[in-house]
Design a protein around this ligand. Sequence first.
Ligand SMILES: [Cu+2]
Length: 138
Amino acid sequence: MYILSKCGLVGLVLALVLIGLPSASPAWIFGEVVTIEQLSFRPDAIQVPGDNFAVLVVQNREEAPILHEITSPSLFESGTLIQVLGTGQIEYNGKRVSRILLYPGEEVVIWFYAEKGRSYPFQCNLNGHAMQGVVRAG
Ligand SMILES: [Cu+2]
């Protein structure tokens, strides 16, 4: 538990992935951390190499008690989404992830396959927020 609290969920997930990789493989993980502050995603656009597995980490860092959601039909589609892990609440429509709710202090790790040339927009429209972000696979 000491390691968990010190490194947080992201560190734990990355550690598990690195341990799971065969030692001959290059241990690169593509992706970035996006924080939510003052009703916006920061940064609101990130780039990952195309035709690779990628990770999008989103952390709600609001100082006020503001709940946010993450919706993304393109990230959550089958064939793209691999796994969602986090301290937020994951909602499903059947077997498909429909949205992720994040209270301040919560975070989520979204694993997916980024296809070259595609863009993966994500948004929060909770309570009229109209927040937008995008992952571009170059
Ligand atoms: Cu929001």
